[in-house]
Each structure stands twice: as C-alpha cells, then as structure tokens.
Design a protein around this ligand. Structure first.
Ligand code: SF4
Length: 141
C-alpha cells in the first residue's frame, strides 16, 4: 500500500506561477497548471486566507483574488480581519473619492505621500483589471 501525498502540479510544470497581471498568456498557462492540481482548492483557500498579493494560486489570479475581497465573495470560513494595508487603501480610496489632495491624505493617515501614490496607483490598476475581466455586456451597478 502506498501513502503518497498529492504533489503540487506547479512543482514540476516548469511554468512561471507569478506572471505579470498584464501577461494574459502567462496567466492562462499558470491557471492551466492549477487546473490539473490535486490540491487546488486547499491552495486557493490558503492564498485567500494569507491574502497572497502576487501570483496565481489555486487557479486564482491576483486580480481575481482582489476582486473577490472587494466584492465580498470570499467564503466566510476564510475571511479574516482586513490587513492594515487594506484598511489604509480603503481609506485612501475614500478620501481620494472626496477629492482630498494626496498630501492631505498622507498627513491625515500619517504616511508618506509616496505610499499614498502607490496605493492610488494600485487602486487604479485593480479597477482597470476588473473592468477587463468583466464579461462583455456587463452593466456597472
Ligand atoms: S493549485 Fe497551488 S499548488 Fe497546485 S499548481 Fe496551482 S499554485 Fe501550484
């Protein structure tokens, strides 16, 4: 009788599991590897629980994971308290939406202007990526 542990498919696939979000082909290749993996669900759950920022895990791209958090589509058993970075980004988004200047946001949150700029950049790229993933004909709410 054998007692073999399931092996991560990415361990031997020779595929980059950290493609740039803009690399559609690389992302499709990484997701295809996950499609063949025996531990896909556990891997996806773990990535969501750890809030992995980069890479494809359990077939979920980083854009998809962010979208799941943003739209409250993460299974309840995985959801944890939001990270300090997520709380800050949400606050940056809220203040920027009220047209508060970047310097004022930084001063209010006690962080550097550079960090606020990076948060704003990431929020923009997240929104752009989400728009690209919406199926054709989807009407924004
Ligand atoms: S599901 Fe996880 S362990 Fe399996 S191939 Fe994908 S990233 Fe690797």
């Amino acid at each position: 009788m054998t007692n073999r542990q399931p092996r991560p498919a990415c361990a031997t696939a020779g595929v980059d599991m950290y493609p740039a979000p803009s690399d559609d082909l690389g992302t499709a290749r990484a997701v295809a590897v996950c499609d063949t993996c025996q531990i896909r669900q556990a891997c996806a759950d773990g990535a969501l629980a750890r809030r992995e920022q980069w890479g494809v895990w359990g077939g979920l791209t980083e854009t998809r994971r962010r979208s799941m958090f943003r739209h409250n589509r993460v299974p309840a058993h995985i959801v944890r308290a939001p990270s300090p970075a997520m709380i800050r980004r949400e606050e940056v988004a809220r203040l920027a939406g009220k047209r508060v200047p970047t310097e004022a946001i930084a001063a209010r949150l006690g962080v550097t202007v550079d960090l606020v700029c990076r948060d704003l950049q990431r929020l923009r790229s997240d929104r752009q990526a989400e728009k690209q993933q919406e199926p054709a004909g989807t009407v924004a709410a």
